[in-house]
Write a protein that binds this ligand. Structure first.
Ligand code: ADP
Ligand code: MG
Length: 260
């Protein structure tokens, strides 16, 4: 349909960015006529569709912004493979109340037990709940902070990492951190302290963080702030990456290794 009135409606929908309604205007009007909708019914349907599309777009934009290394959900996490893990606790954390309360979540455990998977899965729940989330590895975070420091832009960079309502810092402890990096990390943790919830993952127990940060005093100060309001989940099971190999008997389980 193309009358001056329809053209005006289209133009106004465009100005108001009601893109969904603009895209399906003809179909919507046809359907309204065919089904003899009341004006209220048509308006109701139009608004439901528009808001649905807007929510979808916002979700997609925030998921993209979060920069997850992969998209894995809680629904695809096999809790049976990690019987030591408290499923109820993880599901409660996925309810995002810890974010609302400004608390942190620390996931500890050896490689392959699902730390990143769970961090991403909870991050996705946070996005669905309306939060802005940013995922980074500790290495990438420190590289970005160090570079910004060298270029006199540290303040801006710290702000970038303070803006997201949930910051996920993955893989603390995989690589040793230099003195400057440890200092910059401390500055970030101090900024987010008590107001910027984080999910942190590490393959190192807290007792080893002194070595990770190359400085026991600094590591204690960092841990002090992180753990003041935090839940810690330790995953002690087997690596999921080795699942198939373990099954075939190609390699032995960790506890068998330790017993041997
Ligand atoms: P980590 O970060 O602890 O090293 P990841 O989260 O990267 O481990 O897990 C390694 C791989 O195994 C990923 O592809 C992840 O999706 C998968 N994975 C780990 N644990 C589970 C699990 N319990 N159920 C389903 N997939 C899992
Ligand atoms: Mg990982």
């Amino acid at each position: 349909m193309s009358t001056p009135q329809m053209e005006r409606i289209r133009e106004h929908l465009g100005t108001l960015r009601l893109v969904r309604t603009l895209a399906q205007l003809d179909t919507l009007l046809d359907e309204a006529t065919r089904r003899e909708w009341t004006y209220a019914e048509l308006l109701d349907r139009l608004l439901i569709d528009e808001i649905g599309a807007k929510t979808e777009r916002s979700l997609a934009t925030r998921t993209q912004f979060a920069a997850f290394p992969f998209v894995k959900t809680l629904e695809t996490f096999d809790f049976k493979y990690q019987p030591g893990l408290n499923e109820k606790q993880i599901r409660e954390l996925a309810g995002c109340r810890f974010i609302e309360n400004g608390e942190n979540l620390v996931l500890l455990g050896p490689p392959g037990v699902g730390k990143t998977h769970l961090a991403v899965a909870i991050g996705l729940k946070a996005i669905a709940a309306g939060y802005r989330v940013l995922f980074t590895s500790a290495t990438a975070l420190l590289a970005a902070l160090t570079k910004a420091h060298g270029e006199g832009r540290l303040e801006d960079k710290l702000k970038t990492f303070c803006l997201p309502q949930l910051l996920i810092i993955d893989e603390i402890g995989y690589l040793p951190i230099e003195r400057l990096g440890a200092n910059l990390f401390f500055q970030l943790i101090s900024r987010r302290y008590e107001k910027g919830p984080m999910i942190l993952t590490s393959n190192q127990s807290f007792g080893s963080w002194g070595e990770v940060f190359g400085d026991q005093v600094l590591a204690t100060a960092i841990l002090d702030r992180i753990l003041h309001h935090a839940a810690t989940v330790s995953i002690r099971g087997e690596s999921y990456r080795l699942k198939e190999k373990l099954k075939s008997g190609l390699i032995r389980k960790r506890d068998e290794d330790q017993a041997a």
